[in-house]
Design a protein around this ligand. Structure first.
Ligand code: GDP
Length: 199
């Protein structure tokens, strides 16, 4: 795999700072504390590529990681962090929405959900947007190690069932179990990235 080549490129605080919209990229989104940084680090086999932080929502920026000349991974700001002001929240909601709607090189969205709290209202909004814009989405149910194998499987099934409400002929939605701590599901996640990043 070439994910371990990922290199930090830049952080954008607004849309004018994005790298040029060419090639292919895949974005990671999810509620703050869902385990997004840990997942990006596990997938790229790098300990501190996306900073894992105990202060969720501290970094409100879109971070870009270059894989090669044509391909990028993108770390979107975690949503749902309660302690930032309404103004900042609205700024980020707008920025995120415009990024998702206008970014031509964006080929898919990895949506992370803590397996113990899947499908929050934020997650559902994100899924509706993906449905609306025919953006393929792959869900990682993170921290699967927090549940027994049986409980994790049953949660996976439940989420799968609920996802049928968001599926249309033109939307591709899939879901898997993931644990950054146990490195469970890393290959499965990379296989999806491989497809979306194929040039
Ligand atoms: P982010 O805010 O979405 O980037 O989440 P982080 O990656 O910073 O993780 C938030 C918290 O969840 C941290 O305390 C992590 O150690 C913990 N965490 C992340 N992934 C896992 C996992 O696979 N298993 C367990 N048990 N904890 C995890």
């Amino acid at each position: 795999n070439f994910y371990h080549q990922a290199q930090y490129t830049l952080s954008a605080h607004n849309l004018s700072q994005l790298p040029s919209d060419t090639g292919r990229e895949v974005a990671f989104a999810g509620r703050s504390n869902a385990g997004k940084s840990s997942a990006i680090n596990a997938i790229t086999q790098q300990k501190a590529l996306a900073r894992t932080s105990k202060t969720p929502g501290r970094t409100q920026q879109i971070m870009f990681f270059q894989l090669d000349e044509k391909r990028r991974l993108v770390d979107l700001p975690g949503y749902g962090y309660a302690k930032v002001s309404i103004t900042i929240k609205q700024h980020w909601q707008n920025t995120l929405e415009r990024y998702l709607q206008t970014r031509g090189s964006l080929n898919g969205l990895i949506l992370l959900m803590d397996i113990r709290h899947p499908l929050t209202d934020f997650d559902k909004n994100m899924l509706l947007w993906c449905q609306h814009s025919a953006m393929p989405v792959h869900i990682l149910l993170t921290k699967a190690d927090k549940l027994s194998f049986g409980a994790a499987k049953s949660s996976l099934l439940q989420v799968k069932n609920q996802l049928s409400a968001f599926k249309t002929d033109s939307t591709d939605i899939s879901v898997q179990l993931f644990s950054a701590h146990k490195a469970t599901g890393v290959d499965e996640a990379r296989a999806v990235l491989d497809l979306w990043l194929a040039v």
